[in-house]
Design a protein. Structure first.
Lengths: 366, 516
């Protein structure tokens, strides 16, 4: 018992923190090499992410996307499936949201629009994941390969849809007309004004609460339901699952649908919450970012929320950094992301023996 | 009397893992040219001790003397060069290499193989003649029987100059006849002055073959005896620390109606090989039918088919009046509802999920039960409570439902599975290898529980590779060989020799007739 809890603590808390710190240290070295003072850079980054209300709003806005895709990856991962198609599922989910919104009469109440648009994202995201899931379950095509291929398919399909079907007549850029105003998700700064707090404007909208809501749902689903039990059993030991009467093929289909559905909600935040129309590449980077978020967050909703926040900080603070310092481009965010994936994913247990040794004396005393 | 020459002297060996002493001041003296048995329950520290001797682990403190020289092994190369060889329970052979290639693996001697192979062939032929180890040097490992593969392992050790051979549970995978052969090889080796250390949990092997025996319990060496001056009961008591019943008491019982009927059952595996051919038998309420056989002769396929995990190819099975055949499969969850419980052969691959906690594992197969589920939410607190009760009833230690299953010993994992399956009050019980890797104290407990189930009118189908177990628990015995039934015996009139011959039928025809 004691040893178990200790290992859990090491795995869940100490190691991720050490890994992220290592990634930051590596980034600092890169900064020094390109002639940037890492401390100044850190100050700019943190100020950009937290220092003022608009910055904070952007941070949380980005984090919302990462929560959706991080949860998507985590659900699949708990069933032993590596869904790297979050990118495409997010993109197509957004399409579903847009199609549903355009299908509904513009004068309908927001109380219909909100659930309908969420449902559209869930449904289309799920459908986009269902095909690779079917191919994995019944044809043995590896889910990693098929979901990647479906990312490309999604890109091509969306180019077609935006150029030929959804483009606003007379508009040269591939984007749809504005969504009816009733369908827009309220901005947080608007809501807070209603309650008497004046906030700086930012893209942050109520999708954040949708994301947190789904984080709770995922937590309940995985650890407190029959389905979650079957899903984890299948992921850990499919032979034991079959012995238990669980049908792994069915679990693969269901899990991937849930995973795709969660990724499909990126469009809620990006399109219904902020852009108010469907545009090209609104999803870009969040699907893959979600993999890193899930890895860092140990596939647990709480960890994912924390990791998503970190990635939000990197996105927003990184933009600020690129703006303030001339010898840094926005791509530094990609570099940092890469280093985090390297240390949290590929090298996740690097410090484990060291930490266990370091903690051994404490253990003995207690 | 002269002081005997010791091949191995271990003095006060200590080895600690965390807070646990795996070896606590262990002393061992092995006389040169003898067969020395080491027995003890799982976790008693036998493997750790041998790993220290073989250089896998370093002792925290203590002295190792080999042929009188004090040594400190940093790795197994040093152990090998001082004349120690080990034959592992699971062979360390490359399946698609020939015997010769396997033997020289690691000692090829130069970039070109040709020279090394020729030298090796000469040396091996000599060794083979000297010790009576007959193996075709050019056969690939995969084409050899398990017994021959073991001989290759022995040759490998001798080729590297071993004067002391350590055998870790060598007979676990052999038929009785093959085991007899192995013991003959032991005698030949002993006559040539080789020292043998035999690790086993089979008491009759110790009595039968060894000169001296050391008993370990809970990390300590509790006794070292001359084998001829001790007996099975004595050794069992030393191992467990209390009196142990080796023979299961069971009264005769009239059997009831037929609950399980297997009718001309044939099963093809995924490689289109028949795993079962035309198998028919019945199991009545209140009897134990034992399936004997060397592992890999269709037992696994039989359990999988009867529990609904894999499909029937031909024939049919009637379970509690429900018919199951190739067109009408019944899935494991439905079979459980009907009243069939299944203790799988391989508890780590099928019976448990090692990353799950004990409480999560206590509901495998029963996770849809109404008692533990609300409409959507599973009542984890109740699962935990129920698991605590199961653990108490079957004496699973430590009785902590939140502990990860991989942290339980083999015996306790098995008890948890048995608790889970027995507790649902099934009508039919399929039990595979109930005591594999389980210590002797737990074996006694498990056997008693199986007999209890029989006495309360369950139909029990027991699959085991341990002949002792099959013979002491079963009412009737069916022998499987190469997927078909090669013999049926009443347990009362069964003896090891006939069963062994039935098991080996068309399997190892050369050695059958001469065994004693």
């Amino acid at each position: 018992m004691n040893r178990d809890t200790r290992i859990n603590w090491i795995n869940r808390l100490i190691l991720p923190v050490l890994n992220v710190l290592t990634a930051f240290a590596a980034t600092a070295i890169i900064f020094v090499i390109i002639g940037v003072d890492p401390i100044e850079a850190a100050e700019i980054l943190l100020y950009g992410a937290f220092g003022y209300q608009e910055g904070l709003g952007y941070t949380l806005y980005y984090a919302t996307n990462f929560i959706f895709t991080g949860l998507a990856v985590a659900v699949a991962f708990n069933a032993g499936l590596f869904n790297i198609g979050g990118e495409g599922q997010a993109y197509i989910g957004g399409l579903g949201t847009a199609l549903i919104i355009f299908a509904i009469d513009p004068n309908t109440s927001a109380w219909i629009f909100i659930p309908a648009s969420i449902l559209g994202g869930l449904l289309f995201g799920a459908l986009w994941a269902l095909v690779p899931a079917y191919l994995q379950a019944y044809r043995g095509s590896h889910i990693v390969i098929t979901t990647i291929m479906f990312n490309f398919l999604a890109s091509s399909l969306m180019v077609y849809m935006l150029v030929n079907v959804l483009r606003e007549p007379g508009n040269m850029s591939p984007e749809s007309q504005l969504f009816p105003q009733n369908s827009w998700f309220p901005f947080i700064h608007d809501l807070s004004t209603n309650f008497g707090f004046v906030m700086e404007e930012s893209p942050l909208n109520v999708s954040l609460f949708v994301a947190l809501f789904f984080a709770v749902i995922v937590w309940i689903l995985i650890w407190h339901t029959r389905l979650g039990y079957s899903l984890r059993a299948t992921g850990l030991n499919s032979e034991a699952a079959i012995y238990a009467g669980i049908k792994p093929k069915r679990i693969i289909l269901i899990t991937m649908c849930i995973s795709g559905a969660l990724a499909g909600l990126v469009g809620i935040n990006e399109l219904v919450g902020y852009q108010h129309r469907i545009i090209m590449d609104f999803h870009f980077g969040y699907g893959f970012g979600g993999i890193a978020v899930a890895l860092m967050g140990r596939n647990h909703p709480i960890g994912i929320i924390i990791a998503a926040l970190l990635f939000g900080v990197l996105y927003q603070g990184g933009a600020e950094l690129a703006f303030e310092l001339s010898n840094i481009s926005r791509d530094i965010v990609v570099v940092m992301q890469g280093l985090i994936i390297l240390f949290c994913g590929a090298l996740q247990y690097m410090y484990k023996p060291w930490v266990i040794n370091a903690l051994a004396p404490i253990q003995k005393e207690s | 009397m002269n002081k005997p020459q010791y091949a191995i002297e271990l003095v006060d060996i200590n080895k600690r893992f965390g807070a646990v002493y795996a070896n606590n001041k262990v002393c061992l003296n092995v006389e040169e040219g003898t067969i020395h048995g080491i027995i003890g329950e799982n976790g008693a520290g036998k493997s750790t001790l041998m790993s220290i001797l073989y250089g896998f682990y370093q002792a925290d403190s203590g002295l190792i003397k080999v042929f009188g020289n004090s040594l400190q092994f940093k790795d197994s190369h040093e152990a090998i060069s001082s004349g120690i060889g080990m034959v592992h329970q699971h062979f360390m052979l490359v399946d698609n290499f020939t015997v010769l290639e396997n033997v020289i693996l690691g000692t090829e001697g130069g970039a070109l193989l040709h020279e090394g192979l020729r030298e090796a062939r000469k040396e091996l032929t000599r060794l083979g003649q000297e010790y009576g180890l007959k193996v075709d040097l050019d056969a690939t490992i995969e084409s050899l029987s398990v017994g021959s593969q073991q001989r290759v392992e022995i040759l490998k050790a001798l080729y590297k100059g071993a004067k002391i051979l350590i055998f870790d549970e060598p007979t676990g995978v052999l038929t009785p006849q093959e085991a007899q052969d192995l013991f003959r090889i032991f005698s030949a080796l002993k006559n040539e002055g080789v020292t043998i250390i035999l690790i086993t949990h089979k008491l009759h092997e110790i009595i039968h073959i060894t000169d001296n025996v050391s008993v370990m319990r809970a990390g300590k060496m509790v006794a070292q005896k001359v084998t001829s001056k001790t007996d099975r009961e004595d050794l069992a008591e030393l191992m467990v620390g209390r009196k142990v019943l080796l023979q299961v008491d069971k009264e005769d019982k009239d059997k009831g109606e037929v609950l399980l009927k297997v009718n001309k059952l044939s099963v093809l595996d995924e490689n289109n090989i028949f795993r079962l051919k035309d198998v028919s038998f019945e199991v009545h309420a209140g009897e134990v039918v034992g399936i004997a056989g060397v592992s890999g002769n269709g037992q696994s396929a039989l359990l999988k088919v009867l529990s609904g995990i894999s499909n029937i190819t031909q024939g049919s099975v009637e379970i509690l009046g429900q018919k199951m055949d190739s067109k009408n499969p019944i899935f494991p969850d439905k079979l459980r509802e009907l009243g069939l419980s299944h203790v799988p052969e391989d508890r780590l691959r099928m019976g448990l999920i090692s990353e799950f906690s004990a409480s999560e594992n206590s509901i495998i197969g029963y996770h849809n039960d109404k008692q533990i589920n609300g409409r959507f939410i599973m009542n984890n607190a109740k699962v935990r409570n129920e698991c605590a009760k199961l653990m108490e009833g079957f004496d699973v230690r430590p009785a902590d439902p939140d502990l990860k299953s991989s942290n339980f010993s083999g015996g306790n994992q098995q008890k948890l599975i048995l608790a889970r399956e027995f507790n649902r009050n099934p009508k039919i019980l399929l039990i595979g290898q109930p005591t594999r890797g389980v210590d002797i104290g737990a074996i006694e407990f498990i056997h008693k529980r199986i007999i209890e189930m029989r006495n309360s009118g369950k139909a029990v189908l027991l699959v085991s590779v341990e002949l002792d177990e099959i013979m002491s628990i079963s009412d009737r015995i069916i022998v499987l060989c190469d997927g078909h039934i090669s013999g049926r015996v009443d347990a009362k009139s069964a003896d090891e020799r006939t069963l062994g011959l039935m098991m080996a039928n068309a399997y190892d025809t050369t050695n059958n007739l001469e065994s004693n």
